[in-house]
Design a protein around this ligand. Structure first.
Ligand code: PLP
Length: 389
């Protein structure tokens, strides 16, 4: 270890390396790679949203906003939750606009965790959760799920990991990387569990708009007794194809929002104002374009699901987000071997399932946020790869 590495904080040293980056580095050096690796929309942000930002700049929206975000944006967020989930949030005290959901998750964890507090995290899960918990001084406690019940976490499974140190349950449905959506009954079971153990629930609902087959997204805060103990996250990256704008938000009781703002006011000051102006337009007039994109993801979802079924890989139909999580154990390879070999031989990039937690070993994550042509091409190449193992 060199001198500077020794100087790094214990928390940073403890953060696991990303299981994704090395494959992107290899893929970036190759020609004609088809990537199903990237977890972001392939659409450009709809023009009316971009245009509103241009007009905003013309009008001189170039200063800081209030720390918690532009009042009109918070008002629109409150109106959205009232409209879609019959939830009442006070725009002044119960909403904070953040630099993506990423910042909101970080703020929430830092606001509530003390050194050594435990956070239950159903896995497989989004890669940043574990790292954020560690950086906030907490201890991530993975709760494994499996393909036998489509990676649904249950109250019974969670129960086994509760200790006197357990303070938070961090969930994300629709799920990245599996595409799993929980039913109302399942969510109610988790809610009862949280109540029984007096846990704070952090619910990352960034894929809440991306559900398929007529499924309605159930907001965790809308379950009886949950609003007060839940910090709910959502953002613009996925549903409005706005990843690069860096805009998200959290809704929670005034105490949690004030605590998050206490950190945010000194670290970020506010989310980018250019993005906030665009966010207002997205919420006021963005539904039609969003639904067109969702319709397109749905077409791709059918194609990729049928493709993997045809190849005989064990998988289940994802009901939300834009990922599918097939099992590759029948090939005799580990997730990483499969990903490396597929990239080398067929120039298709996917992500090894174990990047999302140990129980993701034996799976790969494929994103269908890419064109039908590219998905068809990738499926042909994967089929060819499987034939020649
Ligand atoms: N939460 C989940 C589950 C995600 O998959 C992602 C990005 O892939 C994020 C949060 C990050 O969102 P944002 O761009 O709003 O920071």
């Amino acid at each position: 270890m060199n001198k500077w590495e020794e100087n790094l904080s214990a928390a940073v040293k403890q953060v696991p390396p990303s299981g994704i980056r090395k494959f992107f580095d290899v893929a970036a050096k190759m020609d004609d790679v088809i990537t199903l690796g990237i977890g972001e929309p392939d659409f450009v942000t709809p023009w009316h949203i971009r245009e509103s930002c241009v007009y905003g700049l013309e009008k001189g929206y170039t200063s800081y906003s209030t720390n918690k975000g532009m009042p009109l944006l918070r008002k629109e967020i409150a109106a959205l939750y009232k409209r879609s989930h019959a939830l009442e949030y006070d725009p002044e005290e119960e909403i904070i606009v953040t630099v993506g959901v990423s910042e909101a998750v970080d703020l929430a964890l830092r606001a509530v965790l003390d050194q050594g507090d435990e956070v239950l995290i159903p896995e497989p899960c989004y890669v940043s959760y574990k790292a954020c918990v560690i950086l906030a001084g907490g201890i991530p406690v993975p709760v494994a799920t499996g393909i036998e019940n489509e990676f649904r976490v249950t109250a019974d499974a969670l129960e086994k990991y509760v200790t006197p140190k357990t303070k938070v349950l961090l969930i994300g449905y629709p799920n990245n990387p599996t595409g799993t959506v929980l039913t109302a009954e399942e969510l109610k079971g988790i809610a009862a569990f949280a109540q029984k153990h007096d846990l704070i629930v952090l619910s990352d609902e960034i894929y809440g708009d991306l559900t398929y087959g007529g499924l309605e997204h159930i907001c965790f805060s809308s379950l009886p007794g949950m609003k007060d103990r839940t910090i709910l996250f959502n953002g613009f990256s996925k549903a409005y194809a706005m990843t690069g704008w860096r805009l998200g938000y959290a809704l929670a009781n005034p105490v949690f929002i004030e605590a998050m703002n206490k950190i945010h006011q000194y670290t970020m000051l506010c989310a980018p104002v250019t993005a906030q102006v665009a966010g207002i337009e997205a919420l006021q007039n963005g539904d039609a374009n969003m639904h067109k994109m969702i319709h397109e993801y749905d077409r791709r979802r059918h194609l990729i699901y049928e493709g993997f079924c045809r190849m005989g890989l064990k998988t289940f139909e994802p009901k939300g987000a834009f990922y599918i999580f097939p099992n590759i154990e029948s090939t005799g390879m580990t997730s990483e071997e499969f990903v490396e070999n597929l990239l080398e031989r067929e120039h298709v990039a996917v992500i090894p399932g174990n990047a999302f937690g140990e129980c993701g070993e034996g799976f790969i994550r494929c994103s269908y946020a890419t064109s039908i042509d590219k998905i068809s091409g990738a499926l042909n190449r994967i089929e060819n790869f499987l034939k020649n193992i």
